[in-house]
Write a protein that binds this ligand. Structure first.
Ligand SMILES: [Mg+2]
Length: 238
């Protein structure tokens, strides 16, 4: 079966975290704007958002291990660079970095999407093994432990900075499949990033499902607009 239909029969599922299961609350732009304001610098939230998109898009390269390799130190360096790039006007970038690093490591700064708890409960009752596969760093462990919708999955986290490679690298997906104890052809990855979660998964031999919460329907790959649709497809095969 080709990748278009195979995901419905997947025996195990990897969910991306940010944008798929959880989102920052307040928004990233608002958190950065507030950090700047604490140093007396006012930047419009829209400007902060635009800058963040630019700086977030470029990866930090781990010099010895190459593209898409990572570890905790690399991630921390990356975030320090992002904060400095988004907020160049502030007098104390190290303070802003420390504050924002702590902020995004706290469960109170995140919310689970409303379709997460029902979908995870349904999959659990169907006996479908699930793990969370994320390019976030080890702070995700604290965040997940503090969110009631996700705390049952606290031991099911596969995190790129711990694996050593980030999505869409094949090694990341191999680690996630190993966590589930399944070969890649039995696993589907579901996420809101086409390159990282869907194309990367397919190239590593999994199936991939694009979660497009805006329901634009422009994906060349299988897509759903809610996690409820994922559960429904498994029940009804449509
Ligand atoms: Mg995501």
């Amino acid at each position: 079966m080709n990748h278009r239909g195979r995901w419905r029969d997947a025996e195990g599922i990897i969910f991306d975290a940010v944008g798929t299961l959880i989102r920052p609350w307040p928004s990233v732009a608002e958190a950065y704007r507030a950090a700047a304001l604490r140093q007396g610098v006012a930047i419009a939230a829209e400007e902060t958002r635009a800058r963040f998109q630019i700086h977030f898009a470029s990866d930090e390269i781990h010099a010895e291990r190459g593209l898409l390799s990572t570890d905790e130190a690399t991630e921390k360096r990356r975030w320090r660079r992002i904060v400095a790039g988004v907020l160049p006007e502030i007098p104390d970038p190290d303070r802003a970095f420390d504050e924002l690093w702590d902020h995004f490591g706290r469960p109170e700064s995140w919310r689970a999407f409303p379709d997460v708890a029902p979908a995870l409960r349904s999959l659990e009752s169907m006996g479908v093994p699930v793990c969370v596969g994320s390019n976030f760093d080890s702070r995700l462990r604290t965040v997940v432990r503090g969110l009631p919708e996700l705390e049952n999955w606290r031991d099911e986290l596969v995190i790129s900075s711990e694996v050593g490679y980030k999505k869409p690298h094949r090694s990341f997906f191999e680690a996630a499949c190993a966590h589930l104890g399944m070969s890649p052809d039995r696993v589907a990855c579901v996420g809101d990033d086409l390159e990282n979660d869907v194309e990367g998964a397919i190239q590593a031999g999994l199936s991939g499902v694009f979660l497009d919460r805006s329901a634009r329907g422009e994906s060349p790959f299988p897509w759903i607009s809610t996690l409820a649709a994922l559960v429904q497809a498994r029940f009804h095969g449509s």
